[in-house]
Design a protein around this ligand. Structure first.
Ligand SMILES: [Zn+2]
Length: 443
């Protein structure tokens, strides 16, 4: 591969699991938008110097892979912070659901556009979305130049009749998936909301559809302590993961369970043996007082784990760096052990770990063959001083510099953030549209 762009930086953190750090380093982006080479700047001994074929750009700073937000409902920028402080059930019934019942396709487009600008500016290049009016959500992602696994929600609840019956919804999602089958940045899967929001037949049918199409499934599991009580009671006391497994949902190749806070030890074994991944959302879980997932137990069991912000109506931003810090802080507190979740490992959860949780080997690390989804951090940021060893880079990125240091972002080799500004979204227009929509929804 030749004829692309070579980004040369003070440091490169590939986050490929090898622990490698290149100082200085280079990342070659092929004309196809994928990474052709990652390594030290000097060509390795014995190889021919091919730098003449590449457009060399000295960018400086630190290059690392784009972050993967494994669980969110990004268009909820439309409802950000509304109903703040209410208990979960009142918040949903009095504030969120009545407004969501009136959210239209244009609202979702602008809510997602504003969210995409925020996500990209923080270095989050991939999100896993569960929402509705997903055709418009996809349009916003396409226009913003970000990457997305869109899993349209399947829910049986008041207000959802407007999207048809659940069998019609499954059909519609299958259609959207085929419409985007050749899109380089958008993949469509299924988002059965949860065991408690769907009849058993719907969950089984989603599992069947996902299996036959090879599509991923994304579902809320064990977020709050008693959400599954009714489901368990109907199934002779079986836990929600056992019920989902019995219904065949876990026979799908790629299943991503969001939250996974209230699991028994047997549930953890079940997720591991069924190959189910987890999107860990420590910020959302803490803010809604839902509990703290047993992150270290999940990792010890070999379960692929990514990090998620959840929706901005409740969390309230889309900053995955904060989730990294919370994941480590809460795990250390829970284990009373400051050695768990070292910075490089936390960074791994937000990048290559998130990709693995989505069952994707084409994103999440700076590695030849993967998409050139790249973030550049400014090493002049005060949070990056001092650097005395390679290990300081990951530690500073997670603990002190984080989102403030994000300067430039590329997705599939295309620059989408330049000098801290998102260049692909008309942010002023998106802000105006979301403000107007929020006012109308609140009336
Ligand atoms: Zn959620």
């Amino acid at each position: 591969m030749s004829g692309g762009t070579r980004l040369v930086a003070d440091a490169v953190l590939p986050c490929d699991g090898s622990g490698a750090v290149h100082r200085p380093g280079a990342v070659d982006i092929g004309p196809d938008g994928r990474i052709a080479r990652v390594g030290p700047v000097a060509a390795p001994a014995g190889s021919t110097d091919d730098s003449g074929e590449w457009t060399v750009k000295w960018v400086g700073g630190l290059l690392m892979p784009g972050l993967v937000n494994a669980h969110c409902h990004s268009p909820m920028t439309l409802l950000r912070g509304q109903g703040e402080g209410l208990p979960l059930d009142r918040w949903l019934r009095e504030v969120i659901w009545p407004r969501e019942a009136r959210v239209g396709g244009d609202d979702v487009f602008w809510g997602m556009s504003l969210a995409a600008a925020e996500l990209l500016r923080y270095g989050v290049t991939t999100t896993v979305e569960m929402y509705f009016h997903d055709d418009r959500l996809a349009e916003a992602v396409d226009a913003a130049g970000s990457r997305c696994v869109i899993t349209p929600a399947v829910v049986v609840a008041p207000g959802w009749e407007r999207f048809g019956t659940w069998p019609e919804r499954i059909e519609w999602i299958a259609g959207l998936r085929s419409r985007y089958s050749a899109h380089p940045r958008i993949e469509v899967g299924f988002g059965p909301h949860s065991a408690y929001a769907l009849p058993d037949e719907a969950i089984a049918a989603v599992g069947e559809a996902a299996r036959s199409l090879g599509a991923p499934v994304h579902i809320h599991v064990a977020e709050s302590e008693h959400e599954g009580d009714e489901v368990s009671a109907r199934h002779g006391g079986a836990t929600v993961p056992q019920v989902l497994s019995d219904l065949g949902l876990f026979d799908v190749d790629r299943v991503l369970a969001a939250h996974a806070v209230w699991l028994t030890a047997k549930d953890v074994d079940l997720l591991a043996s069924d190959g189910v991944a987890v999107a860990h959302c420590p910020g959302s879980n803490a803010k809604l007082a839902s509990g703290t997932a047993g992150l270290t137990a999940l990792l010890r069991a070999g379960i692929p784990v990514g990090l998620g912000t959840d929706g901005p109506a409740s969390n309230n931003d889309l900053d995955l760096w904060e989730e990294m810090r919370l994941a480590a802080l809460l795990a250390r507190q829970r284990e009373r052990d400051p050695t768990v979740l070292p910075a490089a490992e936390v960074l791994g959860l937000a990048t290559v770990g998130g990709a693995a949780a989505l069952g994707r080997s084409d994103i999440g690390a700076l590695q030849p063959g993967r998409w050139a989804d790249i973030v550049r951090l400014d090493l002049d940021d005060p949070g990056f001083v001092p650097v005395l060893s390679d290990g300081d880079l990951a530690a500073h990125a997670v603990w002190s510099a984080s989102r403030a240091a994000v300067r430039d972002v590329w997705v599939a080799g295309r620059q989408v953030v330049a000098d801290g500004e998102c260049t692909t979204v008309d942010v002023a227009e998106a802000r105006r549209r979301v403000q107007a929509a929020a006012e109308a929804l609140a009336r």
